[in-house]
Design a protein around this ligand. Structure first.
Ligand SMILES: [Fe+2]
Ligand SMILES: [Fe+2]
Length: 261
């Protein structure tokens, strides 16, 4: 895993200016209502992963050097930036963020049930796989907003977040590749099988949750749950084979954001 390149990428991203306050966004009422419901749930999802950065620093995963531990911290902070951007979008839509929601509670309950609460190398890797599953859904979701919501402000915001989430997924793929490569030949097959099964289950849960929770938005944007799920599969397949794929990240990409006022 190319730690210095990843660190340069995350550091460059962290220097991006804060987005300015958005002007009010006018949308047709049914779409506005569905979008507000949706952004409120995704805001909660973007807000709550601080623990994984602390664990990456504490559990001593041998494939995470100091630079990569710092990357995980910057990665989590980038999710916090997404959360703040979504708050801005909600305000421009005349709405507020939520403190909690059923879909988010179910997701956290599922994670605890799967035993992802343990502080250990295996626990950290499992948590990262769950986050990777959320990234898959996030990439497809934000691209959908960028393509189909008739508002330049939402399109610009969603394009930027979708690019970040795609890079996060590349980071997750590189991390998985690194610990599979570090395993013994005998252990690698079982580790890969376990990781793939766990990740597959997490993606299925994430897609199902979004398909049910976002059904009104999907209808408004004219996308079927099956088409959404298929796009998620395409995102995953684009990152295989894990063993050979080089990091696909651009170290520095120009920001398209307006400067803060
Ligand atoms: Fe995010
Ligand atoms: Fe992400």
């Amino acid at each position: 895993m190319d730690s210095s390149r990843w660190l340069a990428y995350f550091r460059a991203n962290a220097l991006r200016p804060v987005r300015g306050t958005l002007d009010p966004i006018a949308l047709e009422p049914a779409l506005r209502e569905a979008l507000v419901h949706s952004l409120q749930r995704f805001h909660l999802g973007e807000s709550g992963e601080g623990r994984v950065a602390r664990e990456a620093a504490e559990v001593g995963d041998p494939v995470l050097d100091d630079a990569l531990v710092r990357c995980v911290d910057l990665y989590v902070k980038e999710e916090g930036r997404h959360a703040r951007i979504l708050v801005g979008a909600l305000k421009a839509l005349g709405a507020r963020p939520l403190r909690r929601a059923l879909a988010e509670d179910l997701f956290r309950l599922g994670r605890r049930t799967l035993g992802v609460g343990r502080k250990s190398i295996a626990g950290l890797r499992a948590k990262m796989l769950v986050i990777a599953a959320a990234e898959v859904v996030g990439v497809v979701y934000y691209r959908l907003l960028a393509e189909r919501v008739p508002s330049p402000a939402i399109q610009s915001m969603a394009t930027e977040i979708a690019e970040d989430e795609a890079a996060h997924l590349d980071f997750q793929a590189a991390y998985t590749r690194a610990y599979l490569a570090a395993a013994t030949t005998a252990g690698r097959r079982w580790l890969a099988l376990g990781a793939a099964s766990f990740f597959g289950a997490a993606v299925a849960c994430a897609v199902l949750t979004v398909a049910v929770d976002q059904r009104t938005l999907f209808r408004e944007l004219g996308i079927s749950p099956v088409a959404f799920a298929w796009s998620c599969v395409t995102e995953i397949r684009a990152r295989f084979p894990l063993e050979d794929a080089p990091p696909t990240v651009e170290v520095i990409r120009p920001s398209t954001m307006p400067l803060a006022a």
